[in-house]
Design a protein around this ligand. Structure first.
Ligand SMILES: Cc1cc2nc3c(=O)[nH]c(=O)nc-3n(C[C@H](O)[C@H](O)[C@H](O)COP(=O)(O)OP(=O)(O)OC[C@H]3O[C@@H](n4cnc5c(N)ncnc54)[C@H](O)[C@@H]3O)c2cc1C
Length: 292
């Protein structure tokens, strides 16, 4: 199914940005290849998205084909005692629930992360560990392998975790289409898993106070003891506005869309935060947010 001139603000948590030349929602790998071939036949670029919760779409939109993996990529199945096979279009929330129902723990840290499995692998999504807040639990820790579509050969390849260059909020999987993955979890009592889910939910309660559309953290934390939010707040930028965008008064590493924000407003605040932190601390903030 192809839709032309699709407003991308409908497909991102920021609710900002222009339209895509074309929107494709393939239901299987063959459909993904067809969408890529279609883009090539029109001399256009393409990009894959999941739930759009880590994305800023520019005001001029995306002059290419957006391939969104949702329906048809939501499979989940058990493969052995502690291994599950899941599709890239499955939401992190459904993954956590599925594992809980099977009595498998290890992915509770994904509780409350609003994206899909494909986006979580691409971003190496994670959260501070319950046991040791100085560490992050990340999806790479439970990933056995990922299925990716090789666009040159049209074949599906399996990349084991060691073949993927995971770092903090980075996978190096640019240009690849993640179709699914196998995760290695651990048998646990349902009560234990539920307790961890509750604990992660509790840690995220403050998110409710944000109150406006956003895309989560804008910058990566340069190091654990110097979170980006703290650096930006120290520059006095909490609550700073450009147009319809604001550096959240609740957390300085989050930019909110107050209602009619333009992507350029957000980019202006990103620039301001980077410049101010460089001037005050001599540190370069690196974007976690992806810009399309
Ligand atoms: C309120 C809020 C809280 C958040 N909290 C956290 C948090 O605690 N921890 C955290 O890590 N993140 C957090 N995020 C950010 C975001 O939810 C995660 O990065 C999430 O994993 C992105 O998934 P997505 O499906 O939305 O990806 P998208 O935003 O759609 O895409 C993100 C990137 O992944 C690529 N991509 C997506 N799917 C595929 C695929 N199938 N194949 C290849 N590339 C793909 C896209 O091209 C893009 O570059 C938060 C966001 C919000 C809005």
């Amino acid at each position: 199914m192809l839709r032309y001139n699709e407003p991308l603000s409908r497909h991102t948590s920021f609710k900002i940005g222009g339209s895509a030349y074309c929107w494709a929602q393939p239901e299987n790998p063959k459909g993904v290849l067809e969408a890529v071939s279609f883009a090539e036949s029109k001399n256009k670029k393409f990009s894959v998205i999941g739930k759009g919760t880590n994305l800023l779409v520019k005001d001029e939109g995306f002059d290419g084909v957006i391939i969104c993996l949702t329906k048809g990529f939501e499979k989940r199945e058990k493969e052995g005692e502690e291994i599950i096979k899941i599709g890239a279009g499955l939401s992190a929330a459904k993954l956590v629930k599925y594992a809980l129902d099977l009595g498998l723990g290890g992915c509770e840290f994904l509780t409350g992360i609003p994206g899909n499995v494909g986006g979580a692998i691409f971003m190496n999504a994670g959260a501070r560990s319950l046991e040791d807040p100085a560490k992050f639990d990340e999806i790479k820790d439970i990933l056995l392998d990922a299925e990716v579509l090789d666009l040159k050969s049209g074949k599906i390849k399996t990349l084991s975790r060691k073949d993927i260059d995971f770092k903090y909020r980075y996978s190096g999987l640019d240009g690849k289409v993640i179709l699914g993955a196998r995760l290695k979890l651990k048998k646990d009592k349902k009560e234990n898993i539920e307790d961890k889910i509750k604990a992660f939910n509790k840690k995220r309660e403050w998110f409710i106070k944000i109150g406006f559309p956003n895309a989560g953290s804008i910058f990566k934390n340069p190091c654990l003891d110097k979170p980006a939010g703290m650096l930006i707040e120290s520059c006095g930028l909490k609550g700073r506005r450009i147009g319809g965008a604001e550096i959240s008064k609740v957390h300085a590493n989050i930019i909110v869309n107050l209602g009619r924000a333009k992507a350029n407003d957000v980019l202006g605040l990103i620039d301001l935060a980077k410049t101010s932190v460089r001037q005050k601390f001599g540190m370069d903030l690196e974007l976690e947010l992806k810009i399309l």
